[in-house]
Ligand binder design. Structure first.
Ligand code: APR
Length: 236
């Protein structure tokens, strides 16, 4: 009898990209220490001062363009390349999972390298080397905005994320403070016999009940777990 290796679902947050040089949000030197959410990441901020919002995301995009995937992104892509069923659900707006080679990536909070119409969310455009300027419009003539989910907005990918988590044998959570809903509630969608592991160096972080903690940086913990699963897979 042959058994399939476990279906792995990975929920990532800003911490997985920290070792690539992308700032996290809630650290003492994180993004939200220097910027007020209500000035740069809400629909109201966009209405009040779109130029300020665009310039905030231009800086984020510069950081992403300068970054490279790290050992954690690469280990997850490698696992998928070796035939494991891997779904990544990321809160990150960077494209480092894709650039590492992961193919099943769901962006809960959107993608910084895409623009979208400020009226019709389905009208999306890859930005490539460009940024968005005031006056840049979609094919229907509406101003473009970053294709990211702001505070106070719906999270359209959430129902699909719930379905993916419900199918998981193992949920690996990496580098997130689990401070933002609804992403933080995804762990509740796991089936009762599934396992959940949280890799994050913050030992103060409150893990949901039943979650196994790996108190380590992603660049160390994720490749170590992946090596372990690849060894275990020989048993399947
Ligand atoms: N490896 C793994 N985790 C790390 C590392 C690292 N090298 N460095 C820091 N971390 C952890 C921190 O300990 C923290 O728990 O990453 C986590 C980052 O938490 P936040 O800054 O709150 O980021 P995140 O959880 O992704 O935020 C969720 O909030 O502002 C919004 O939309 C934004 O998607 C974001 C959401």
């Amino acid at each position: 009898m042959t058994h399939k290796p476990p279906h792995l679902v990975v929920l990532t947050g800003a911490g997985i990209s920290a070792e690539s040089g992308i700032q996290t949000f809630r650290a003492h030197d994180g993004l939200w220490a220097d910027h007020r959410i209500e000035d740069v990441a809400t629909p109201e901020a966009w209405t009040r001062d779109p130029a300020r919002v665009l310039s905030f995301y231009d800086a984020r995009r510069d950081q992403v363009r300068a970054a490279r995937p790290n050992a954690a992104h690469r280990a997850l892509a490698n696992l998928e390349a070796r035939g494991f069923e891997v779904n990544i659900i990321t809160q990150n707006i960077d494209d480092l999972h894709e650039r590492a080679g992961s193919r099943n990536v769901l962006h809960l909070h959107g993608e910084i390298m895409m623009a979208r119409s400020s009226v019709n969310p389905r009208m999306r455009y890859p930005l490539g080397r460009d940024n968005i300027a005031i006056g840049d419009v979609c094919d229907q003539g509406s101003q473009l905005r970053p294709d990211v989910v702001w505070f106070g907005e719906a999270v359209p990918a959430y129902p699909e994320a719930c379905e993916i988590v419900a199918e998981a044998d193992l949920l690996l959570v990496v580098g997130t403070s689990l401070a933002v809903m609804p992403a933080a509630a995804l762990v509740n969608e796991l089936s009762l016999d599934a396992e959940c592991i949280l890799v994050d160096p913050d030992e103060q972080l409150q893990a949901p009940p039943g979650v196994v903690r790996w108190v380590t940086a992603a660049g160390e913990g994720v490749p170590a777990l992946v090596r372990q699963w690849q060894r275990d897979a020989r048993l399947f």
